[in-house]
Design a protein around this ligand. Structure first.
Ligand code: ZN
Length: 276
């Protein structure tokens, strides 16, 4: 069994080193990898780039840039510098896309957050374009609106992409964050029709979670209509890989081989059906 149409985020198997991630994904026939900056700590980027290529994996994205908001101009300038660093890393790794978690600052209005995010992306988009790197706005579930992202629906991400109208500013759709949106199908179509739909993350949303950030479900463990959304994503015209992105303290404490095998079993059930 192989999974050429699938990619895994290195933060999913957080307890693994970069080399263990590369090896663990490649030996299961997984086609792609999205690299988290956390996994890269202490690594030689040129070496990682070579390892990914040698393993036959396609590098999809560097995760994550963003966090553009800040109460003062100097905080926002610092955020820009951090994003420039992120661009350099993506370039060194040969990754064509950076996923943006856009940021939100406690005490600011939603409009203030939005405008700072828009302006921040506007500052770095040209530099990203020169390197041939796309910036993918990932809308987050509104539970993170306080301090992680002022972009909390696919509609808002689409509106932001539209306002910026830059060829390398795109959107990353994660089922965890957008499953609840009543106009999701229409917004997926709008996103794809404009050429913005460039990343598609899968996991599941458990209505009862022990941790607001680090208790995401394996596909099938939660409440998301995963098959219906998958159909909409593909009907809209998306042709890229599905990317597994699961944060789970519980699973990180266990054997990561077992976790990844469990993920692939769930993937088979939901995305390939029993006959495949
Ligand atoms: Zn995601």
């Amino acid at each position: 069994m192989s999974y050429p149409e699938l990619a895994v985020h290195t933060f999913t198997t957080k307890s693994w080193t970069m080399s263990e991630c590369i090896e663990g994904y490649a030996k299961r026939g997984i086609g792609g990898i999205s690299v988290w900056r956390e996994t890269l700590e202490g690594e030689d980027l040129c070496r990682v780039r070579r390892q990914i290529a040698d393993a036959g994996l396609t590098g999809l994205a560097l995760v994550r840039g963003g966090f553009f908001t800040g109460a003062t101009a100097s905080e926002r300038a610092k955020a820009i510098e951090n994003n420039r660093q992120c661009l350099m890393e993506a370039d060194a790794l040969g990754l064509p896309q950076i996923v943006l978690v856009c940021g939100a600052t406690p005490g600011q209005t939603a409009r203030e957050n939005y405008e700072q995010i828009r302006d921040g992306i506007g500052v770095i988009a040209g530099e990203a374009a020169e390197l041939g790197i796309r910036l993918a706005i990932e809308p987050l579930h509104p539970i993170y609106a306080g301090d992680r992202s002022g972009i909390c629906s696919l509609r808002d991400a689409n509106n932001l992409a539209e306002e910026l109208s830059l060829p390398n500013v795109t959107v990353a759709v994660d089922v965890y964050h957008v499953f609840w949106e009543i106009d999701l199908r229409e917004q997926l179509q709008r996103c794809a029709d404009n050429g913005w739909l460039n990343a598609y993350h899968i996991c599941d949303f458990k209505p009862k979670q022990d941790d607001v950030l680090l208790d995401r479900g394996i596909m099938g463990e939660g409440c998301i209509a995963l098959s219906a959304i998958d159909q909409w994503v593909h009907e809209a015209g998306f042709e890229g890989r599905r990317e597994v992105e699961i944060f789970s303290k519980k699973w990180w404490a266990r054997d990561q081989d077992e976790f990844l095998d469990r993920i692939l079993e769930a993937y088979e059930d939901i995305y390939r059906g029993p006959a495949d």
